[in-house]
Design a protein around this ligand. Structure first.
Ligand code: TYD
Ligand code: MG
Length: 426
């Protein structure tokens, strides 16, 4: 009888089973079994003869970080200056948001600087990648020569190609299509995703290749894949936005080689993603006349101040509970602001439906948007436009001033210091 090459391990208690079961036989937890490859312990590790020594902090050798800039300013900014050799990067985002486009453009930038890229795709055929490259104008010149495409989802074969070609960067599009022969589970199952990522991590660490994994995330949070990888990778980037709007926000939620504070602003056009001339005002709606319920606020995304338009609509509710709908804003915060307005400002919205939205598909949970949201609600209820209001600190105001705003409605300085909830009441 052949030995099974995979086990199902309970993520709750660690018990192993040879087949998948809905409930762990040891601890009784449900749906906690994840398929894991069986590894033979290396002989050297079993009989370790050498003594293990740790090194004093002061005597640790310096290890310079080699970075490969990708040539897209906003992506380099979020990465902290470029891709770091030997690192594993996860790029997450909803399907169709532009991950493959961004990575093909980044690959072109890397190739343009004289390095090579292996683009392994299990999502599309080589022909489809060619079509995209043609649309992006990347077929000729350095990108055409420096990027090799492999339409393959079997991890072992991608690794074999990468070990043979030794590219500077390996793109795996996507980790949900990656499969290992020794696992029974289908592509995209937690076991397959995690084991595949581990193999790619090994390649990154042993060969010094930058491995960029693409991970699909659904709107209602994250699917089995990407979340389970976050602790494993060196950087987690996410591409956000609405497909109907061309604007995309690139964030790093984890970065071992840079700050997680930086955001990049990009715009999807006919020929791919490009940088936006003035990111600070990219998310601002266009109005000739001030409209009721529309207020501009300033949110800080990392070290970058972005002007955003809050749009609110307040309408008498029909039967039943009044609706509270928030798009791009935290619904609980919206409910709180409605309550604060009713209690402290005499603006009762208890019998009204309330809708609040951030223009441009942006989402933000900055408390500095409380005041703009509150004013937008009041403005919509009274059907009176607000010219402009800006909430926030000196940097927000500087950015607004730089963009030509001469008047700002801000909380009284003495009262804004203690907490953000109070700001909304000012
Ligand atoms: P894609 O990169 O395939 O998304 P993902 O890999 O995240 O699933 O991009 C998908 C969308 O982008 C698709 O609807 C077409 C659009 N697009 C453009 O608008 N302009 C372009 O130049 C390209 C290549 C794609
Ligand atoms: Mg894609």
């Amino acid at each position: 009888m052949t030995r099974p090459r995979s086990r199902f391990i309970c993520q709750s208690c660690g018990a192993a089973s040879v087949r998948w079961e809905g409930q762990c036989h040891a601890c009784g937890a449900w749906n906690t079994l994840v398929e894991t490859a069986v590894r033979d312990a290396p002989a050297a590790r079993r009989r370790s003869a050498t003594t293990v020594t740790a090194t004093a902090l002061a005597r640790l050798a310096e290890s310079p970080v080699a970075r490969a800039p990708v040539g897209i300013g906003e992506l380099d900014r979020v990465l902290g200056g470029g891709l770091v050799a030997g690192s594993l990067v996860l790029l997450g985002g909803e399907p169709g948001i532009g991950k493959s486009t961004l990575l093909l453009q980044a690959a072109a930038g890397v190739a343009g600087a004289g390095s090579s890229v292996l683009y392994a795709t299990g999502e599309e055929s080589a022909g489809q990648v060619r079509l995209r490259a043609e649309r992006l104008g990347l077929l000729a010149g350095a990108p055409g020569e420096g990027i090799s495409v492999l339409a393959e989802s079997a991890v072992d074969r991608v690794l074999e190609a990468a070990r043979a070609a030794r590219p500077t960067v390996l793109v795996v599009d996507s980790i949900q299509t990656a499969t290992l022969d020794e696992l029974e589970g289908p592509a995209g199952s937690v076991g397959q995703v995690r084991e595949s990522a581990l193999r790619y991590q090994e390649l990154a660490k042993t060969e010094g290749v930058v491995v960029v994994l693409v991970g699909h995330v659904t709107k209602d949070g994250s699917l089995a894949g990407p979340k389970t990888l976050e602790h494993l990778v060196d950087a987690v980037l996410s591409l956000e936005g609405e497909r109907t709007s061309g604007l995309r926000l690139l964030r790093a939620s984890k970065n071992r080689f840079g700050s997680t504070d930086e955001v990049g602003v990009l715009e999807m056009g006919e020929d791919g993603l490009r940088e936006v001339a003035d990111p600070a005002r990219a998310f601002l709606g266009e109005h000739d006349q001030p409209a009721p319920g529309s207020v501009v606020g300033v949110t800080l995304e990392g070290s970058r101040a972005l002007l955003v338009e809050v749009q609110a609509l307040v309408a008498p509710a029909g039967y039943g509970l009044p609706r509270r709908t928030a798009i791009g804003l935290d619904p609980a915060r919206l409910a709180l602001l409605v309550a604060v307005l009713g209690r402290r400002a005499g603006i009762g919205l208890g019998s009204h439906d309330v809708y609040a939205n951030l223009a441009g598909g942006l989402s933000a949970d900055d408390p500095a948007l409380d005041l703009p949201v509150a004013i937008a609600l009041a403005s919509s209820l009274r059907d009176r436009p607000v010219v402009r209001s800006v909430g926030g600190l000196a940097r927000r105001l500087r950015e607004a001033a730089r963009l030509g705003f001469s008047r700002a409605i801000v909380p009284r300085p003495g009262r804004s210091v203690g907490g953000d909830a109070r700001r909304a009441r000012c």
